[in-house]
Ligand binder design. Structure first.
Ligand SMILES: Nc1ncnc2c1ncn2[C@@H]1O[C@H](COP(=O)(O)OP(=O)(O)O)[C@@H](O)[C@H]1O
Ligand SMILES: [Mg+2]
Length: 350
């Protein structure tokens, strides 16, 4: 006898989403369930295409159904993803993005732009729709790192079109100035420049907007956090103690701004700078450690030549570290957004 859809659905109610700690049926993650012969077919709608947990779902679903629901011997699982929407964004401004993630650091030169670039590219590679704003207005490095050094945005209907590379939509003051004519701006101008990067650019439906902030605890993070609801901030640090001390200040600033710290990335780990400072910082602040990127020549060359290591040397230790960090960030964003009372993910309204 063939099992019924209801029997399989009931069994799947015992499968717990490991990070959200609720069952996948009440989270409305199970769709299009049907049973044919001894096979149950269904789609799991994840909260991010960069989900690190697919194998866990496969295991748990099999354990819940096979041998428990008479007549079902095999599961055929398809995958889809819908990133939770931060409703506050739609409420405050009409910009087509589901979540905004700031990348920050205590001081310059720790690899913040490198992390922002590889994170954005890795999320796009995983199938997400990704934007990247270079909010380091005075020292824009993103164009070079994304291989867009000579990019000039087109203007359509009074809005600038972002320039696309590696599937990521990019905007930077680097597109609007030349190296011999640097931007000179004061606080209020910086503030409006960052706002305009959201409102005056023709972004095309983004799951994740990654914002590469200037280093430190100056005006830019303040402007950003006051103008836009952030899903959270990532703190990038080098392993050594002086860098960690600066990074601590950046983390404390986001606490004050009520922006969740998504976690800490330790960059340039290795013999020269040592190792462990980022992990220690994460522990001290009680936030996740998102991963460690080794100090390695391929990362620097990738930045210099606009060839992000997460694509061009994906199999290397650094390439894999960035891909793992991207998955960890995506998972954290899902958790943080679903914990936030203001944020009702559209896919969870059952
Ligand atoms: N893991 C790494 N290994 C080697 N070089 C790196 C690494 N991360 C960043 N770099 C290099 O260090 C320099 C500073 O990085 P950058 O991302 O511009 O820092 P920030 O944005 O924090 O100022 C760049 O030349 C970059 O290519
Ligand atoms: Mg930078």
């Amino acid at each position: 006898m063939t099992a019924t859809q209801e029997q399989v659905m009931a069994a799947l109610r015992t499968v717990i989403e490991p990070e959200l700690n609720r069952d996948i049926v009440s989270l409305n993650m199970v769709r299009d369930l049907k049973v044919e012969g001894s096979t149950a077919y269904f789609t799991i709608v994840l909260t991010t295409p960069a989900c690190p947990l697919k194998s866990v779902f496969i295991e748990r679903c099999n354990a819940a159904v096979i041998g428990k629901v008479a007549g079902v011997e095999r599961l055929e699982i398809a995958w889809d993803a819908q990133v939770p929407t931060d409703r506050r964004i739609q409420g405050s401004l009409n910009v087509p993005m589901r979540s905004i993630i700031a990348v920050s650091s205590g001081k310059g030169g720790v690899g913040k732009s490198t992390v922002a670039t590889n994170l954005a590219v890795a999320l796009a590679e995983a199938g997400a729709r990704v934007g990247l704003i270079d909010a380091d207005i005075l020292n824009p490095n993103i164009p070079q790192m994304m291989g867009l050094g000579s990019g000039r945005p087109k203007v359509v209907n009074d809005k600038m079109k972002p320039i696309e590379a590696f599937g990521v939509q990019v905007m930077s003051t680097g597109f609007l100035t030349s190296p011999d004519k640097p931007m000179i701006m004061r606080g209020p101008m910086l503030h409006s420049a960052i706002r305009q990067f959201f409102t005056d650019v023709a972004w095309d439906r983004l799951d994740y907007m990654i914002v590469d902030l200037p280093p430190g605890t100056g005006d830019a993070p303040l402007s950003l956090a006051q103008s836009f609801p952030l899903a959270g901030a990532i703190i990038v640090t080098q392993p050594q103690q002086v860098a960690v001390a600066d990074a601590l200040r950046a983390a404390a600033m986001f606490d004050q701004l009520n922006v969740p710290v998504l976690g800490v990335v330790e960059n340039m780990a290795g013999d020269f700078f040592g190792m462990g400072g980022g992990e220690q910082l994460a522990k001290e602040r009680g936030v996740p450690f998102l991963g460690r990127v080794p100090l390695s020549a391929n990362v620097r060359e990738g930045g210099d030549y606009g060839r992000p290591v997460v694509i061009y040397d994906a199999g290397s230790a650094a390439g894999q570290a960035f891909a793992d960090i991207a998955r960890a960030v995506a998972a954290r964003v899902s958790v943080v957004m679903m914990q936030n009372m203001d944020v009702i993910p559209i896919n969870i309204i059952g």
